[in-house]
Design a protein around this ligand. Structure first.
Ligand code: ATP
Length: 269
C-alpha cells in the first residue's frame, strides 16, 4: 500500500534541441551520449567512463530535461525514480525498488538510470533520528551497493539530480560512485533567450514580440519559469481572443508570475 511507484521505464524522445542555454555542459554531455551509443569503442581504447554523474542546480534548471535528452540522443532506455518517494515507505521497500531497477537496467544495458532529488535520501548518515536504521538509509545503502556492484564496462550510467550537494553523504561522492558533477545555473540573459526560443517553437507569435527584450526582463527566471511564461502568455492570448501571442500577452503573463511569487513568498515565513 505504498505510494511510491516502481521505477518508471520510458523511451525518451527528448533531444538536445529541447535543451538550451547550457553550452558549458554540452561537451561533457556529448561524450556521455557517445559512450552510451557505442560503449565498445570506449572499452577498446581502455577509456573508462564514470558510473555516476551528479546534476547540480536549483529547481527548474533542466536537470530532468537533460537526463532525458541524454537518453533520447543515445537511444537507450531511461529508468527513473524520485528519491523523495522513498521517505515514509515501509522498511525494505525502497531498497527492493532500487535493486529491481538496477537489475532490469543491467539486462537492458546500455541504459540510463535517473535518480531525482537524491538529497532526499542521500543526506549524510547518522544525523537523523532513526538511529541509522531508517528506510532512507537502507535505500541509500542499496544505491551504493548497486553502484559498487556493476563494472564500468556494463554501460549503465547513473545520473542523480540535487539542489543540495552540500548535504550529501560523502560516501556518495567517492570514486566509482557520483564522482563527476555537472552544474546547471540559473540562466543568464542569452541563455534565457535561447530557452524562450525553444518554448515558442510551436507558438504563433505577433510581430511585436522580441525574445531578447523578454529575456532582459526575466532576471532570476529558471528554465521552468520561462516555459511557464510562454504558456501563460499563450493562455492570455486565448482569453483575449487573439490569434497570435503578442508582447502584451507576455507582459501580462510576466506580471502575473512575478506577483504570484511575491504572494507565495509572503505566505511562507
Ligand atoms: P527540479 O529540481 O524542480 O526537478 P529540474 O532541474 O529537474 O527541476 P526540469 O524538470 O528539467 O528541471 O525543468 C522543467 C521544465 O522546464 C523542462 O521540462 C523544460 O520544459 C523547462 N526547462 C528547464 N530548463 C530548460 C532549458 N535549459 N532549456 C529548455 N527548457 C528548459
Amino acid at each position: 500500500r505504498s505510494r511510491a511507484r516502481r521505477a518508471r521505464k520510458e523511451t525518451s524522445h527528448t533531444t538536445l534541441d529541447d535543451v538550451a542555454g547550457i553550452e558549458s555542459a554540452k561537451r561533457e554531455i556529448t561524450e556521455i551520449i557517445e559512450f552510451l551509443k557505442s560503449p565498445e569503442r570506449f572499452r577498446r581504447l581502455g577509456a573508462v567512463m564514470p558510473k555516476g554523474i551528479l546534476l547540480v542546480g536549483p529547481p527548474g534548471t533542466g536537470k530532468t530535461l537533460l537526463a532525458r535528452a541524454i537518453a533520447g540522443e543515445a537511444d537507450v532506455p531511461f529508468f527513473s525514480i524520485s528519491a523523495s518517494e522513498f521517505i515514509e515507505m515501509f522498511v525494505g521497500v525502497g531498497a527492493a525498488r532500487v535493486r529491481d531497477m538496477f537489475q532490469t537496467a543491467r539486462k537492458e544495458a546500455p541504459a540510463l538510470i535517473f535518480i531525482d532529488e537524491l538529497d532526499a535520501i542521500g543526506r549524510s548518515r547518522g544525523t537523523g533520528l532513526g538511529g541509522g536504521h531508517d528506510e532512507r538509509e537502507q535505500t541509500l545503502n542499496q544505491i551504493l551497493t548497486e553502484m559498487d556492484g556493476f563494472e564500468e564496462h556494463e554501460s549503465i550510467l547513473v545520473l542523480a539530480a540535487t539542489n543540495r550537494p552540500d548535504v550529501l553523504d560523502s560516501a556518495l561522492l567517492r570514486p566509482g560512485r557520483f564522482d563527476r558533477k555537472i552544474t546547471l545555473d540559473r540562466p543568464h540573459k542569452e541563455a534565457r533567450e535561447a530557452i524562450l526560443a525553444v518554448h515558442v517553437r510551436k507558438v504563433p507569435l505577433a510581430e511585436d514580440v522580441n525574445l531578447s527584450d523578454i529575456a532582459a526582463r526575466t532576471i532570476g527566471f529558471s528554465g521552468a519559469d520561462l516555459k511557464n511564461l510562454v504558456n501563460e502568455a499563450a493562455l492570455t492570448a486565448v482569453r483575449s481572443n487573439k490569434d497570435k501571442v503578442d508582447a502584451q500577452c507576455f507582459d501580462e503573463a510576466r506580471d502575473r508570475i512575478i506577483l504570484g511569487e511575491e504572494r507565495d513568498a509572503k505566505l511562507t515565513p
